[in-house]
Design a protein around this ligand. Sequence first.
Ligand code: HEC
Length: 148
Amino acid sequence: MRPIFVTAITATLLAAGAALAHSGVSNPAVKARMHAMMQIADSTKILGAMAKGEAAFDADEARAAAAAIAAHAASVPTLFMAEEHDPKSEALPVIWQEFDTFGQKSEALTLAAAEAAASIETEADLKPALARIGGTCKSCHQDFRKPQ
Ligand code: HEC
């Protein structure tokens, strides 16, 4: 399970790196929601690096990263509420047809990250927390974001 999971997270983060090329977005509302996603991705990367042993485990840093994810995730429904478009956006129109489901998936991330922020103490806590967080990214992206 774990190596597969770490691979999945790595793939998510590589996609995140590719997404960094998304400059030139002219719609400020789209820019703001992409920015929130990038912040979420940056904090997830911190957890991923620790989980893979690329960075030393630091409980305070891990909890802070999880708290940052939770804070940004909590703003996702508001950031996406208005149906805003941009040629560079990867958001699928179904977001606004199924906004309740979209909101629930944001909530799932907020909750997973908040619980991680409240519970990570040892290195052993990290991978299950990250797996849960990563699962919520995937669950939303597969329905609501253009395939990468
Ligand atoms: C509730 C749904 C939802 C959740 C949960 C979610 N995302 Fe996203 N994410 C989106 C949507 C929709 C877009 C496309 C936004 C756009 O391009 O307008 C996106 C875009 C992104 C981008 C690209 C940003 C850019 O600049 O183009 C990254 C990186 C990203 N998400 C990472 C993550 C990570 C990492 C997680 C989990 C820790 C996560 N997302 C959780 C819906 C979600």
